[in-house]
Design a protein around this ligand. Structure first.
Ligand code: URA
Length: 270
C-alpha cells in the first residue's frame, strides 16, 4: 500500500481551498501567482500537535503541490524527527505563492488582506487539532504569527511558541556575503536551543532522546518527506535527497515561466 495525502475534501479545508486569494490580493509583480497557490503539508485529520509556519513555496513545491518538500523541507523534517514528531504535524506558509524579488516578502509581511486568509487557516488548524506548539521558520513567519496573535480569534490557542531561523538561512546569509560556516553554526546553535525548549513541551509520536546538531548540518540531519504527505501517485524520486526541480531561463521572464524537472540519475529505473 502507498499512503497518500487525501487532500482537502473535508470541512473546513474544502471551503478554504475553494476560496483562495488570487492576484487581486497577491500582486503578480511581487508573487509568482502563475504557479498557483500551494496550501499546506501534513495532517488535516485532527491529529496534528505541532503547527509550523514556513515562508513561501519554491520550485519543488510548485510541482508536488505541497509545501516544504525541497531542501528547506528536508532540513526541517530532520528537526521534527529529532523531536520524535514523525507524523503529527501540519505546515502552512506565510505566503500562498512564491515571493518574487528580494523585498517583496517584507513589503507584504503584515498585509491585512493576505493576513485575513492566513488567519482563517490558523484559526481552523488550532480549532480542529490539539496543537501543543507553533514553530515559525524565519522572520516573516514570526511576523505572521504575531499578526495572528493580535486577532481576537487566535485567543483560542494557548500552546507554546518557538521562532527559529529559517532552514535555508545559512544559504541566504552566505549569498549576501556572510561566512558560510559561521552562518551554518548560527543555525545549528539556534535549532539546538529550540530543540531543548520544545522537547519538554511536545508529546512525541516516538520517544527519542534528542541528539543535538553539530556545527553544521550533515546528510544524516536531513529528514525524508513521508509518502503520506504527498498527493497519490507521486514518484518516489520527488522525495529524494537530490534537487530535481530548478527555475531556468535566460531572461527574468523566461526564468519565471520555467521550472525544469529532471529525475536524479541514481533514481532512474533505466
Ligand atoms: N518551501 C516552502 O514551502 N516554504 C519555505 O519556507 C521554504 C521552502
Amino acid at each position: 500500500m502507498h499512503p497518500f495525502d487525501p487532500g482537502y475534501a473535508q470541512a473546513p479545508y474544502a471551503d478554504l481551498v475553494g476560496d483562495y486569494p488570487g492576484p487581486e490580493i497577491y500582486p503578480a509583480k511581487d508573487f509568482r501567482v502563475e504557479w498557483g497557490p500551494i496550501f499546506h503539508r501534513g495532517r488535516l485529520d485532527g491529529t496534528a500537535r505541532v503547527l509550523v509556519i514556513g515562508q513561501d513555496p519554491a520550485a519543488h513545491e510548485a510541482i508536488t503541490r505541497r509545501i516544504l518538500v525541497g531542501t528547506a523541507g528536508r532540513r526541517f523534517q530532520g528537526f521534527l524527527n529529532k523531536l520524535g514528531i514523525d507524523s503529527s504535524y501540519v505546515l502552512i506558509n506565510t505566503f500562498l505563492y512564491s515571493v518574487y524579488g528580494q523585498r517583496a516578502g517584507t513589503a507584504h509581511a503584515t498585509d491585512p488582506d493576505i493576513a485575513r486568509y492566513r488567519h482563517a487557516w490558523l484559526d481552523a488548524l488550532v480549532t480542529h487539532n490539539q496543537i501543543e506548539a507553533v514553530i515559525a521558520l524565519g522572520g516573516l513567519a514570526d511576523s505572521a504569527f504575531h499578526t495572528w496573535r493580535k486577532a481576537p480569534t487566535s485567543a483560542a490557542y494557548d500552546g507554546a511558541y518557538e521562532h527559529i531561523l529559517h532552514p535555508t538561512y545559512p544559504d541566504s546569509a552566505a549569498a549576501s556575503g556572510s561566512d558560510a560556516a559561521t552562518a551554518m553554526k548560527q543555525l545549528t546553535t539556534n535549532w539546538n536551543n529550540a530543540l531543548t525548549a520544545l522537547n519538554i513541551t511536545i508529546t512525541p509520536d516516538t520517544e527519542r532522546s534528542v541528539s543535538p546538531y553539530g556545527d553544521s548540518l550533515t546528510p544524516a540531519d536531513l529528514g525524508t518527506i513521508p509518502e503520506a504527505d504527498l498527493p497519490p501517485g507521486l514518484p518516489a524520486w520527488m522525495r529524494s535527497d537530490e534537487p530535481w526541480a530548478a527555475r531556468q531561463g535566460s531572461t527574468p521572464a523566461e526564468k519565471r515561466a520555467t521550472i525544469t524537472v529532471q529525475i536524479p540519475e541514481d533514481q532512474r529505473p533505466f
